[in-house]
Design a protein around this ligand. Sequence first.
Ligand code: SF4
Length: 371
Amino acid sequence: MSRRRDGPVETPLLSVRDLRTRIRTDGGWLHAVDGVSFDVDRGETVCLVGESGSGKSVTCESLTGLVPQPPAEVSADAVEFDGESVIDRSATELRSIRGRRIAHVFQNPQSALDPVYAVGEQVTESIRIHEDVSRSAARGRAVDLLRRVGIPRARERLDSYPHEFSGGMQQRLAIAVALAGDPDLLIADEPTTAVDVTVQARLLDLFRSIVGDGTSILLVTHDLRVVAAVADRVLVMYGGTIVERGPVEAVFGEPSHPYTQALFDSYGETDGPSIDERTARGEIPADGCRFRAECPHAIDECAGGAQPPFHRVSGAAAHAASCVHYGADGDPSPIRENATSPMDSRAERESEGEIAESSSTATPNAEGEPR
Ligand code: SF4
């Protein structure tokens, strides 16, 4: 896990202010991202956490023009990458930034791999798109990249096709393609969801090594064990907005927003309606605190107007929650009583047989080796 560098404060690599993405649907406008602001520093891993439908993926895709407009509309007060505004760039300019300086990795590696070309050709091509090097030099670099992401017998595997690799290896190949342009920022959207626990551990090692080499990572996940393993900072999303943010130790040690507490308490459970279903049922309020309909601590002040402002919630710098009870006139003590670590909560539920035992105890299989 990397940490922010000591010394003078640097300009963040990525700075996002009041990002909004609304999508036209048959039922009207869906406010998928609703006033999101955050930074990613150089060499830092920031995790966007929340349930499916909370706006994590749309947030990431809105940053580099991956959300089709129309039917979506994307706006922001600012989206700056390495000190330059990218929100007002043309689609062509964004395409040039995407892949070269900002690379995406998705849950489904097939989306990044062309089934009709050998993997070496695909990685080599990605290198040559971003850099003026000869084919043989690019091929040498491709071997290095495949080794870096942990593909055994990298040189001979260059001539294999994607279908000749297991799911875990395909995800590594997709990461190799993403790293081919030597990006400053890797945006990874649920990259470990479709792989087993052994491959997941290897991918997390890979992410730590990428960050160790100076690349920043914006990681979307609903898996709190992944967050605990790699995050420097955590942003908790609900209803298209960030409701709690802070260093991972602070958010995990003292979860302070009622939604974060509910998310951590229910970690490992799969029943109950998703945010998508709740949105469709009109259960997520369009104004005031988005979590109001489900919050056990809601009071009159939670209704109307904008999402409550952020208030500092612990001794950790930058640990803040968007909840009225942490304001000057609030009383957060009933909320604080509910603060339990997600890992403690899950372990307790496992020991009581309420949920299946953690997959971290599963017997490793051969996933991750080439077929
Ligand atoms: S602002 Fe109100 S509804 Fe929202 S989390 Fe705080 S107490 Fe609950």
